[in-house]
Design a protein around this ligand. Sequence first.
Ligand code: GRF
Length: 197
Amino acid sequence: MKKIGVLISGGGTNLQALIDSQGSVLTSGTIVCVCSNNADAYGLERAKKAGIPTKIIRKNADCGGDTDEFSRQICDYMKKMRVDIIVLAGFMSICGGELLKEYADRIINIHPSLIPSFCGKGMYGLHVHEAALEYGVKVTGATVHMVNEVVDGGRILMQKAVYIEDGDTPEILQKRVMEQAEWKILPKAVELVCSSD
Ligand code: GRF
């Protein structure tokens, strides 16, 4: 059974999907800790309700604004919790330094578009859906991929398409992509990785 550490920054609906999938879709891994870079992240409440240990590590308040120190502290915590696989579930910070080295090819991310569309620097949260609507695509979706040194550049594990509908706002589209794609493919992709090696 692989030990999973989840990194969050916000509402944690993808974390919730992962929590709810344990024992059904996710059978080869178990969530052993949740770490947030935002003390107010509601995802921390979701973890506590599920009895999962939590930790707050803030780049500025806890790491003096130093990116390498931030990566080091997250890495140290993951190693302390004996984490095998890290999942970025709405984690709004770039993974780098020691964390990326120590957990090479063992970090999974969920992105709310069909990579390579609408991804890379600055493409996060609502900005992704604003760009899709702006461009006028008819289909968007979500992608689960491995994390490497290129933002949203790692090997693609799973994707799911979602149709854009007349009258969609970025908020409406975000909700549909979450419900119809993100929350479905993240547990499946994490199971795939946990059961593969
Ligand atoms: C999701 O849209 C996810 O794709 C993106 O950030 C958002 C986080 O949502 N990375 P939540 O915190 O999982 O609710």
